[in-house]
Structure formats: structure tokens, C-alpha cells
Design a protein around this ligand. Structure first.
Ligand code: AIR
Length: 179
């Protein structure tokens, strides 16, 4: 399910597009890509295939419905959804699938101060959870998607372990250079 827009977006992440996609990275507008690219990059670095697309809860509600309803059958295991302002995409997608949904609030051009995006994604009613990361926190969304996949994929878990070791090494280096 890739239209030309999605293909253009996938060009941002060509190797990932070639792998079997197991993470769906969706966003309300291509204007969100500057932020959502971080999720694509981290998934790519972990060797995880991603399917990247623009799906707007308000401008293309039918497309959102089709996307969410067909996601599991298409082989996706996790969905990362970013949106700004009245950011209903993550929550609506979560209501339409049993896959885990990670929401990325985006401080977009129509967002007042970012809180509108955060609260639209965070304050879900009981029964329909969205794992919400920080404002513009697409990188963490990618890492969390990898962690979910890592519960049943040893290769991904090893990559995550190496990533965390590298974070530790960087802090050690900071300490060594502090004085
Ligand atoms: N948006 C698009 N459809 C529904 C929503 N909430 C969001 C996009 C983007 C913002 O509206 O996720 O963050 C502005 O979109 P645009 O296309 O006007 O730049």
C-alpha cells in the first residue's frame, strides 16, 4: 500500500524500504517528516524494515481506516504514528488495530505550543492505549518499536544492546573529558 507520496517518503530510507516492513511509520502530513525521519533512521540502523506513509485522520479518514484495519495482515507488528495540533491519528489508529501503537506528538505549524499535540495523543480513554513519547520524540519512538520487536527477535535485541552499550560508552567519555 504505497502511493507516490509514500514512495517519496521511503526514498528518505531506501534500504529500509527494500526490507520486509514490520513497522508502519505514519504521519498526518509530509510536513511531519522532518521529525518522523528520526524514527526511520533509528529503525534503519537496527536493520528493521519500515513502511512510511502519510495518513491523515482528518483529511483522509477512509485511508486511515484501511491502513489500520489491514496493518496486521500486511505483516506490520508495530505502528509509529506522528501528528501535530489536533493529533488524532495515533489514537484513532490504535482504536482500529490490535497492534501496539506508539504516538509521536509533533510541534507543527498549526500547533499552539506543542501541548495540544501531546495531550491529544497522551490522554487516551481507558481501553485504547497509545504509548506516547516526548514532543518531537520520534527517535525514542523508533527505539521503543525496536524494543517491542526485540522481545521476539534476538537479532534486534542484540542491536539494541549494542546501542545501549554505545550510550554508556559516550557517558564514560564525557566523564573522562570533564576535567
Ligand atoms: N494533521 C494533519 N491531518 C490531521 C492532523 N492533525 C496535522 C499534521 C501536521 C499538521 O496537521 O500531522 O502536524 C499540519 O499539517 P500541514 O499539512 O498543514 O502542514
Amino acid at each position: 500500500m504505497m502511493n507516490s507520496k509514500a514512495k517519496n517518503l521511503a526514498k528518505a530510507n531506501p534500504k529500509s524500504a527494500a526490507r520486509k516492513p514490520v513497522v508502519g511509520v505514519i504521519m498526518g502530513s509530509s510536513s511531519d517528516l522532518a521529525i518522523m525521519r528520526d524514527a526511520c533512521e533509528v529503525l534503519e540502523s537496527f536493520g528493521i524494515g519500515a513502511d512510511v506513509a502519510v495518513v491523515s485522520a482528518h483529511r483522509t479518514p477512509e485511508r486511515m481506516l484501511d491502513y489500520a484495519k489491514s496493518a496486521r495482515a500486511r505483516g506490520l507488528k508495530v505502528i509509529v504514528a506522528g501528528a501535530g495540533g489536533a493529533a488524532h491519528l495515533p489514537g484513532m489508529v490504535a482504536s482500529l488495530t490490535t497492534l501496539p501503537v506508539i504516538g509521536v506528538p509533533i510541534k507543527s505549524s498549526n500547533s499552539i505550543d506543542g501541548w495540544d499535540s501531546v495531550l491529544s495523543i497522551l490522554q487516551m480513554p481507558a481501553g485504547i492505549p497509545v504509548a506516547t513519547v516526548a514532543l518531537n520524540g520520534a527517535r525514542n519512538a523508533g527505539i521503543l518499536a525496536a524494543a517491542i520487536l526485540g522481545t521476539s527477535d534476538a537479532r534486534v535485541a542484540r542491536r539494541l544492546e549494542a546501542y545501549k552499550d554505545e550510550l554508556k560508552r559516550k557517558v564514560e567519555q564525557m566523564n573522562a573529558e570533564l576535567l
